[in-house]
Design a protein around this ligand. Structure first.
Ligand SMILES: Nc1ncnc2c1ncn2[C@@H]1O[C@H](COP(=O)(O)OP(=O)(O)OP(=O)(O)O)[C@@H](O)[C@H]1O
Length: 279
């Protein structure tokens, strides 16, 4: 992906390079007013990173660039030492509206992805793999239903199972729980966390929910919007990267009892209220 076709800088090729390296990414629809500029960050293998910021700052654009579904105006993305230039099965994406094929059952929606990933697999192997991932999200009883026969939360679980089933090197989640009610959202967050811990999946996730970020993320990228300031136009960008100091085996039920929780929460909320947007 990227505007530049120059070879990887030495730092990106080094053995010790981070798993994902995003370097000086910018996106401009109008040259003088980029949505964001100079966005650089890394992800380690097995890390869960959330990005949080107000509407319009460019979160989805960044995720789409990582997915290879959009191109940057400048900058580059390297994953596992290779430049991201387009979509690929080594990156799994889950959007807010699940994007299931309505004419296929849960089983066949997931089998379709699995067969694309491993075309040489025999039918029995595909079936066993699909059933394992459907069980992982608690949907074995609904495996032969079509999406129209599922609730919103169930559809979203199918989307998550499908993304995990192709065993991507990185999972990209764009507000995957945004359309769900609070109860369903909570139980899927718990499930996602359990699966991620179990599979050591690397995840980049957009959320608007501060508690969701604190529950799930190892690090949280705080993104500010582009703005006209007294000093001139300022593109959007990453204002701060916050490390989550809470123990990794935290749960939704106990989160707010953990020492450091309120400090972390207040820090992120203060950022969103006072620094993320020009006032
Ligand atoms: N095709 C386009 N032409 C012009 N501007 C665009 C285009 N696509 C997106 N934008 C602008 O780019 C900015 C970033 O959009 P993006 O969807 O990445 O933001 P976001 O942070 O994900 O927002 P939200 O939280 O609302 O989903 C927005 O201001 C949007 O208006």
């Amino acid at each position: 992906m990227t505007a530049s076709t120059s070879p990887a800088p030495e730092s990106a090729k080094a053995v010790s390079a981070p798993f994902l390296q995003v370097q000086q990414l910018s996106k401009a629809y109008h040259p003088a007013r980029p949505v964001f500029a100079d966005v650089s960050f890394t992800l380690e293998r097995g890390e869960f990173v959330c990005i949080i910021g107000h509407s319009g700052c460019g979160k989805t654009t960044i995720l789409n660039i990582l997915a290879g579904l959009d191109t940057a105006t400048s900058g580059y993305v390297f994953m596992d030492g290779r430049e991201v230039r387009g979509p690929g099965l080594e990156r799994g994406v889950v959007f807010q509206n699940h994007a299931l094929m309505p004419w296929l059952t849960v089983r066949h929606n997931i089998a379709f992805a699995v067969e694309s990933r491993w075309p040489q697999w025999k039918a029995a192997q595909v079936r066993e793999h699909v059933e394992r991932y459907v069980a992982m999200v608690g949907l074995s009883h609904a495996i032969d239903r079509k999406p129209s026969q599922l609730s919103g939360g169930m559809k979203q679980r199918v989307g998550i199972a499908r993304a995990f089933a192709i065993q991507p090197k990185m999972l990209l989640l764009d507000e995957p729980f945004g359309a769900l009610d609070a109860l369903t959202r909570g139980s899927i967050q718990d499930e996602l966390m359990a699966i991620v811990r179990q599979t050591r999946q690397t995840v980049f996730m957009i959320t608007h929910d501060v508690d969701e970020a604190i529950l799930l993320a190892d690090r949280i990228l705080l993104m500010h919007n582009a703005a006209d300031t007294p000093a001139g136009f300022r593109p959007g960008g990453i204002a701060e990267v916050v490390s989550n100091p809470l123990p990794r085996d935290r749960s939704r039920a106990t989160l707010h009892h953990l020492p450091g929780y309120y400090e972390l929460r207040n820090h992120i909320v203060d950022f969103l209220v006072t620094r993320a947007k020009a006032h």
